[in-house]
Write a protein that binds this ligand. Sequence first.
Ligand code: AHZ
Length: 308
Amino acid sequence: TLLQTSQQQAEKQEASLVASGCSSLAKAYPDYVFGEDFKFAPIRESIVARAMIKRYWKDLETYAESDIVIVGAGSAGLTCAYYIGTRRPDLKIAIIEAGVAPGGGAWLGGQLMSAMVVRKPADAFLNEIGVPYEDEGNYVVVKHAALFTSTIMARALSLPNIKLFNATAVEDLIVKEDEKGEQRIAGVVTNWTLVSLNHGTQSCMDPNTLNAHVVVSATGHDGPFGAFCVKRLAKAKLIPALGDMRCLDMNRAEDHIVKGTREIYPGLIATGMELSEVDGRNRMGATFGAMMFSGVKAAQTALSIFDE
Ligand code: AHZ
């Protein structure tokens, strides 16, 4: 039956190739012959434009009212998105990433070397998403950090309830009174990153907004864009002054980041290295287990808000 099904699929593929104008290719992949008569199915440029525009605009419209917005698609943010997306397919999750390429600092290990070290017990998360590693006792090693990052990205982005808006920066937070009269985060203010980078050179280029019940901030430690949400909260005097990230100590840093992952302001959960800036805690350098488990804890915290 499996053979029959693939034969039927091949016949269907051939028929659709012929119908779409690829008669010279009327042979199912992978038996194409890329000879002189090779040609793609014809298309008009406006069809390509419309295929992108209508989906992007529909996504903007759909996610203007999200359940959860995750700011930053580094290792912590992507882990959080994957965890919520797989456990609660009914929740709409928007990820806002300032960079064109999602993944944050997780494309390489330390000092631009390839391997990614993950301390136990966070190997359990690698098992869940199916990333292979070498077991070295107290820690495991993924042969290339990009293998983890591309896998978590594929797992998260293939879920129908997750949309990544990359090349888009969060420029501010929405803070409103809730029905009990208490102030809480109610969403984020966004702009194209290239616009955000040019506010100093053009007169006011107003932003867009996304409302959300919960915002998870995963923007990493301080940097040109880093620690964005906690810096904004501190500047607006909604949380006390930041503690600032301390020097490197792997043991202290990783435990704290996971234990300290929490709702730091009503409606806003901080995860990953952004927390080291809030709490004045150490950095860990090139060990990534805490990013994964902090992302999981942020997801569990967000889900508990929905269960309230
Ligand atoms: O582009 C940023 C990156 O991809 C994105 N980001 C920051 N500000 C943003 C904003 N709007 C939208 N205003 C924004 N996106 O957030 C992402 C943060 O990823 P990261 O890898 O820097 O943070 P992480 O906490 O997921 O992982 C930290 C990894 C580190 S740093 C470190 C050390 O320095 O010792 N050690 C580890 C394991």
